[in-house]
Write a protein that binds this ligand. Structure first.
Ligand SMILES: Nc1nc2c(ncn2[C@@H]2O[C@H](COP(=O)(O)OP(=O)(O)OP(=O)(O)O)[C@@H](O)[C@H]2O)c(=O)[nH]1
Length: 514
């Protein structure tokens, strides 16, 4: 019995020991978990003020070692807030992704971005944006800022360096832009050589001082052309005025002449009338045939003389009137031809201002006109219109390797080939630089692929030869169709996005965007 009791006490003692060890281990685990939860809660800090307050309460409760029962409402409250915060975070994530993509695309359009920056940007936009957490954006934003910095640096060099030495820096981007502007302007034949010399100067020399001088030269020629145009308009108005005055004088003198003639005729008529009356009276009084005969003879002679005079006067009046009408007619003809000439010159000027100087294709202003027109028609008729943006691939390398005039010739040849390979009803324009736009009225996007493929292969098969080297040039095309609810800008952006896709998926291809 005693043995049994001893054994039981021993077992009880062991059980108490095990339980104490378990409790100590458990307390240690709870402590570790509490510390960890406190640290974890710190990482959520800073997202929302209300949530921060709850987390602080939670941490202080953990420190005090509060009963789990009392934690429960605190945890419920925080869970709801965290859920809400999660929705806010994912909306912010989407917004951030959107604004990084937009600003990246805008940056891509900046002229003069150094090549390494452009490459870095392309890679970033194409391969690095698939991130899951907001933190992963940090290195991307860092890169984007670096690229912006590069772009700013290249733009700022020329603007901030004011000393003479740095002004003589080379700037190929400004040279290209100036050249493109000069190409868009159309000058009269007599200054063509002057303009050509300036263009040559720009192509051969991208030194800032030379560019400034060339820019000034172009402005001088424009100012001269405007002054000449104004003079010629004034000359036209003066001569128009002169001719109108001559016409006026001519009409007045005709009227005067005609009035004096008619007075003379009236006098003569009255004279004839009174002579006939007199003859009548005399015949009444005559007493013999012989007397009557001699009377009538004498009076008739005078009368016939008067009648002949009247006829002469009438004829002279008619002739004078006729001559003066002829004169007036001639002056009106001169006037008419002057006005027609001037109208023709004005319409030629307007036509010229809508043409691109280098390629002789319609320019961007002409495209904008036509684009808005087609858009308006689409709003009313809802017919199919396909819009295509076309860009020459790696065009910069043509300029860099073979010179600007080779680049210019290339653009001219491509423009001619593009014009030839589209339908008569299509409209093609040079949008700027090495970019062209094509409008295909009545063409659904689904059917546009085949003719556009033809355009692409036509350009690819042109046998360009520079410096004895055969060179193949390709184009990338982005196409879309006008949609309900579109604005001209949204349609253009869609085509531009398609072009961007064509460029990024290897160039020399067509991408369509429904
Ligand atoms: N010769 C000549 N060059 C021009 C004219 N207008 C623009 N450019 C040049 O066209 C080049 C365009 O280069 P980028 O925008 O870098 O594009 P890219 O080299 O065609 O490359 P991708 O479009 O990416 O295939 C620049 O070097 C401009 O200077 C022009 O009227 N004549």
């Amino acid at each position: 019995m005693t043995d049994n009791t001893e054994q039981l006490e021993k077992k009880l003692g062991q059980a108490i020991k095990v339980r104490k060890a378990l409790e100590t281990a458990r307390k240690h685990q709870v402590d570790v978990l509490s510390q960890f939860s406190a640290k974890l809660s710190l990482s959520c800090k800073g997202q929302d003020v209300a949530l921060d307050n709850q987390l602080a309460k939670f941490r202080s409760a953990l420190n005090k070692g509060m009963d789990f029962e009392e934690f429960a409402p605190l945890i419920d409250n925080m869970s709801a807030m965290l859920k809400q915060q999660e929705a806010v975070n994912s909306a912010n994530h989407r917004k951030l992704l959107e604004s990084i993509t937009t600003s990246g695309k805008q940056l891509q359009r900046v002229k003069g971005l150094p090549e390494d920056g452009r490459r870095m940007l392309r890679h970033l936009l194409d391969h690095e944006l698939d991130v899951q957490s907001t933190n992963e954006f940090i290195p991307i934003l860092d890169k984007l800022v670096t690229i912006y910095h590069k772009a700013l640096q290249s733009k700022a060099t020329i603007l901030t360096d004011s000393d003479a030495n740095s002004r003589s820096d080379k700037n190929p981007e400004i040279a290209a832009e100036l050249l493109a502007l000069a190409n868009e302007l159309i000058f009269d034949e007599d200054v063509a050589n002057e303009v050509k010399a300036i263009k040559n100067n720009i192509s051969l020399n991208d030194n800032v001082d030379v560019l400034l001088e060339s820019g000034l030269g172009i402005i001088r020629i424009i100012a001269k052309s405007i002054a000449r145009e104004r003079q010629s308009a004034q000359g036209f108005l003066v001569s128009l005025n002169q001719t109108l005055e001559e016409l006026h004088t001519s009409i007045i003198s005709t009227t005067k002449n005609s009035r004096s003639m008619s007075n003379e005729l009236n006098g003569l008529n009255k004279q004839i009338e009174s002579k006939i009356k007199n003859l009548n009276e005399q015949t009444q009084k005559a007493t013999s045939i012989a007397e009557l005969k001699s009377l009538v003879d004498g009076e008739l002679k005078i009368l016939s003389h008067d009648l002949v005079e009247r006829e002469r006067l009438e004829r002279a009046d008619k002739e004078a009137l006729f001559a003066s009408f002829e004169q007036i007619n001639e002056r009106i003809n001169v006037l008419e031809s002057k006005v027609t000439n001037y109208k023709k010159r004005l319409s030629e000027q307007r036509f010229k201002s809508l043409l691109d100087g280098l390629t002789k294709l319609p320019n961007r202003a002409a495209f904008d006109d036509r684009f808005n027109q087609e858009f308006h028609l689409f709003d009313v008729q809802k017919s199919d219109v396909t819009l295509v943006v076309i860009d020459v691939d790696h065009f910069k390398s043509i300029n860099d390797q073979y010179g600007h005039s080779a680049g210019d010739k290339t653009l001219q040849v491509i423009a001619r080939a593009l014009k030839k390979s589209i339908r008569k009803t299509d409209f093609i324009a040079r949008y700027g630089g090495e970019e062209f736009v094509l409008l295909m009225p009545g063409m659904p996007l689904g059917q546009a692929k085949q003719p556009l493929e033809k355009v692409r292969t036509t350009i690819k098969s042109i046998p360009f030869k520079f410096k004895e080297k055969q060179v193949q040039i390709t184009i990338s095309l982005g196409a879309t169709q006008f949609r309900d609810g579109d604005t001209p800008l949204s349609a253009f952006d869609r085509a531009d996005d398609a072009l961007y896709e064509a460029k990024n998926s290897g160039r020399d291809r067509i991408c369509l965007r429904e």
